[in-house]
Design a protein around this ligand. Structure first.
Ligand code: NAP
Length: 297
């Protein structure tokens, strides 16, 4: 496999990235910004976001802007989307990157389990709200962990099974891929040229376990991942590839190496469950009900 770092020039393209102040999202912003993209960093903490923006190569406040978005709060998603729709007549790429792993059990203000709310539902709502302005594509971020995921649509709040944080994460990452494929089916049926594609960063050294509330997991996540993982910019290349290269809708990109842990962007494998179109349709219907947001095209 040949290294891939040949990111096409991005001048004239406006790219919105959620969770762009840290890890994969931050490194993707740096790479895309260095190629001339206009960026909207959509983050829940504006101070961290401003600091991240200033580290984008060639930073200027007109080209790299920061907006507040708590993707786990549907009122914040709506406020963010309304402001963007007002401000911009076109968004080339939406990168749904923000995510949490290992969070203790909790329900959001909307009554949705934290992983499902952050990793799937908020991005589901955001995508559909922004879709009328999206010109090129939506990039969904999943994980190798989706393969362990099962999706219990009758128990999304974990009342009938013991809560396990990793199972909740895997479930949400399976939901991401099902969402990508169902979105592409809907875009195709609507005659839209917008693409829904996906990426995962393999094992990348980031702060992903930092919100777990578990000091041991946070320590292992932080120090352990630095030993066994790729630097975050290498993982971010998969996101950047999915955001910039001419690939068909419903393509899923991940690192090419063994078990897709490390390597250069390449076609990634997905589980049989992630290809279950009926499950994808049921997830879509439930996500519409939970978010009160529908497909706009
Ligand atoms: N690292 C890996 O090996 C790996 C593997 C597979 C998939 N992924 C996926 O890659 C994506 C990026 O994660 P990462 O590894 O780069 O971890 P990270 O360094 O922790 O970055 C996650 C980002 O998401 C943001 N975020 C979390 N909850 C949010 C919310 N409610 N609203 C807005 N932003 C929120 C975080 O903001 P704060 O800084 O404010 O917390 C942070 O900017 C995730 O979707 C993750 O599932 C990562």
């Amino acid at each position: 496999m040949r290294p891939w770092i040949a990111v096409p020039p991005q001048q004239g393209r406006r790219i919105v990235i959620t969770g762009a102040n840290s890890g994969v999202g931050f490194q993707a912003a740096r790479i895309l910004g260095s190629r001339g993209a206009e960026l909207v960093l959509a983050c829940r903490n504006l101070e961290k976001a401003e600091a991240a923006a200033r580290q984008v190569p060639g930073y200027d406040a007109g080209r790299v802007v920061v907006r507040r978005l708590d993707v786990a709060d549907l009122s914040s998603v709506r406020a963010f989307a309304d402001a963007l729709l007002e401000e911009y007549d076109g968004i080339d790429v939406l990168v749904n990157n923000a995510g949490v792993l290992g969070a203790p059990f909790g329900l959001t203000n909307d009554g949705v389990e934290t992983h499902f709310a952050t990793n799937h539902l908020g991005h589901f709502a955001l995508t559909n709200l922004l879709l009328p302005r999206i010109r090129d594509r939506v990039v969904v971020t999943s994980s190798r962990e989706h393969r362990r995921g099962t999706l219990d649509l009758d128990d999304l709040t974990w009342e009938r099974r013991p809560y396990r944080a990793f199972a909740a994460y895997s479930q949400s990452k399976l939901a991401d891929l099902l969402f990508m494929s169902e979105l592409q089916r809907r875009l195709t049926a609507a005659g839209s040229s917008v693409r829904a594609v996906g990426a995962h960063p393999g094992a990348s050294s980031t702060n992903i376990t930092g919100g777990s509330g578990n000091p041991v997991l946070t320590w292992i996540g932080y120090h352990g991942s630095r030993l066994v993982s790729m630097p975050a910019w290498r993982g971010a290349l998969c996101t950047v590839y999915a955001a910039t290269m001419d690939i068909p809708g419903d393509t899923y990109i991940g690192p090419h190496g063994r078990l897709e842990l490390h390597g250069w962007p390449s076609a990634a494998r997905r589980s049989k469950r992630a290809e279950d179109a009926e499950l994808g349709r049921r997830l879509w219907d439930i996500s519409e009900k939970l978010s009160s947001v529908t497909f706009p095209l």
